[in-house]
Design a binder for this molecule. Structure first.
Ligand SMILES: NC(=O)c1ccc[n+]([C@@H]2O[C@H](COP(=O)([O-])OP(=O)(O)OC[C@H]3O[C@@H](n4cnc5c(N)ncnc54)[C@H](O)[C@@H]3O)[C@@H](O)[C@H]2O)c1
Ligand SMILES: Nc1ncnc2c1ncn2[C@@H]1O[C@H](COP(=O)(O)OP(=O)(O)OP(=O)(O)O)[C@@H](O)[C@H]1O
Length: 281
C-alpha cells in the first residue's frame, strides 16, 4: 500500500489532529486528505475523483455519516475503508481511537480482512426517463412531509404487484441499513453477509403490512399514485429529491460493494450488543 486517503468528520478538531498524526507516523506513504481536511490542515487540494482513483486504503475519522459520505465519494471503487469512531454511535466506524495505530500497522503490513457490504442502485424515473441514479449503502427512503396526506405506494417485485401501501413512506434498506431507519420502522436486523433488500413500510395504515425481506437481485419498484405534494426521496440520509405523482423508484443490487476493514477484536454481534444496549452477554 502506497497511498492512504483520510476523510475527517467536519468541524471535529480531534479528527483533524488525528489525521496529522497519521501522516507523521507514516512518512514513507503518500497521504491525501479529502477536500475539507486538506483545507483545514493546508495539504494540497485533491478532487474527490482523483482521491478515489489513487487511494489504496481510506481511513475515516468520524461517525456513520462520515463513513456513508466516504462510500458515496468512492463511487464504484471497492477500496478498503477503515472506520475510526469519533461519532456518537459509530455502528460502522468500529475501531476505537486507542486501537487505531495498532490496526493501521497491521493493515499496512497486509494483514487484514474486509467485510464486503452490498449496495443498492436506485433510479428515480419520471415520465419513463431516469432523472436520478445513485448507489446506496444504507437505505432509500420515500417519505412524506409533516403536513402531507397519506400517500399511495404501488409496489411490485420483478413486475409482480405486491400491494399499494397507504403509508407515511417506504424504506428500502440494505443489510447494512437494516440497523438504521428500517429498524426504527419495525424491520428485522439482517447480518451484513446476507445479500437482500428489506422493504419496510413507515406507519402503514394496514396493520398486517410488515417488513418483507427480498433476494437482492430482484427489482423492486414503488410508484407514487395520485398527486402527492410534499413527498421526498432521501438517499442514505444524505441527498434528497422532491417527488411527484406518477414517479417510480426502482431499486436493485448494485454490482459494486463497500469493503469495510474488519476490527479482528470485535464481532458483529458484539457491536450489536454494545451499540443497541442489549446489556451484558
Ligand atoms: N428514525 C430513524 O431511525 C431515522 C430517521 C432518519 C434517518 N435515519 C438514518 O440515518 C441514516 C444516515 O445516517 P447519518 O449518520 O448520516 O445521519 P444522522 O447523523 O442523522 O444519524 C442517524 C443515526 O443513525 C445511525 N446510523 C446510520 N447508519 C447506521 C447503520 N447502518 N446502522 C446503525 N445505525 C446507523 C447514526 O449513527 C446516527 O446515530 C440514514 O441512512 C437513515 O437510515 C434514521
Ligand atoms: N468530511 C465530510 N464531508 C462532508 N460531510 C461530512 C464530512 N464529515 C461528516 N459529514 C457529515 O456530517 C454529519 C455528521 O457526521 P457523523 O454522522 O459522522 O457524526 P455523528 O452524527 O457524530 O456520528 P454517528 O452518525 O456515528 O452518530 C453527517 O451527515 C455526515 O454526512
Amino acid at each position: 500500500m502506497q497511498t492512504l486517503a483520510i476523510v475527517a468528520k467536519r468541524d471535529k478538531q480531534e479528527a483533524v489532529a488525528l489525521a496529522v498524526k497519521i501522516r507523521e507516523r507514516y512518512p514513507h506513504l503518500t497521504v491525501l486528505g479529502e477536500r475539507y481536511l486538506a483545507h483545514a490542515v493546508g495539504w494540497p487540494r485533491v478532487e474527490d475523483r482523483e482521491l478515489s482513483q489513487r487511494a489504496d486504503l481510506v481511513v475515516v475519522l468520524g461517525g456513520d455519516g462520515t463513513l456513508i459520505h466516504t462510500a458515496r465519494l468512492l463511487g464504484g471503487r471497492g477500496v478498503p475503508i477503515l472506520g475510526v469512531n469519533l461519532g456518537s454511535l459509530g455502528f460502522m466506524t468500529e475501531v476505537p481511537v486507542d486501537e487505531m495505530f495498532g490496526l493501521l500497522d497491521e493493515v499496512l503490513a497486509g494483514h487484514f480482512k474486509v467485510d464486503s457490504r452490498m449496495k443498492l442502485t436506485c433510479r428515480l424515473l419520471r415520465n419513463g426517463q431516469v432523472i436520478v441514479e445513485d448507489e446506496i449503502l444504507n437505505d432509500v427512503v420515500i417519505n412524506k412531509g409533516a403536513l402531507a396526506r397519506i400517500a399511495d405506494h404501488e409496489t411490485s417485485i420483478d413486475g409482480v404487484p405486491i400491494t399499494t401501501y397507504k403509508a407515511d413512506g417506504i424504506i428500502l434498506a440494505t443489510p447494512t441499513g437494516s440497523t438504521a431507519y428500517s429498524l426504527s420502522a419495525g424491520g428485522p436486523i439482517v447480518h451484513p453477509s446476507v445479500d437482500c433488500t428489506i422493504l419496510s413500510p413507515i406507519c402503514s395504515h394496514a396493520l398486517t403490512q410488515r417488513s418483507i425481506v427480498v433476494p437482492a437481485d430482484r427489482v423492486i419498484r414503488v410508484t407514487l399514485r395520485r398527486e402527492t405534494a410534499d413527498t421526498y426521496l432521501t438517499l442514505d440520509g444524505q441527498t434528497g429529491h422532491g417527488l411527484q405523482g406518477g414517479d417510480c423508484i426502482e431499486v436493485v443490487r448494485s454490482p459494486n460493494r463497500v469493503n469495510l476493514v474488519r476490527n479482528p477484536r470485535v464481532a458483529y454481534f458484539t457491536i450489536l450488543r454494545q451499540k443497541l444496549h442489549w446489556g451484558e452477554r
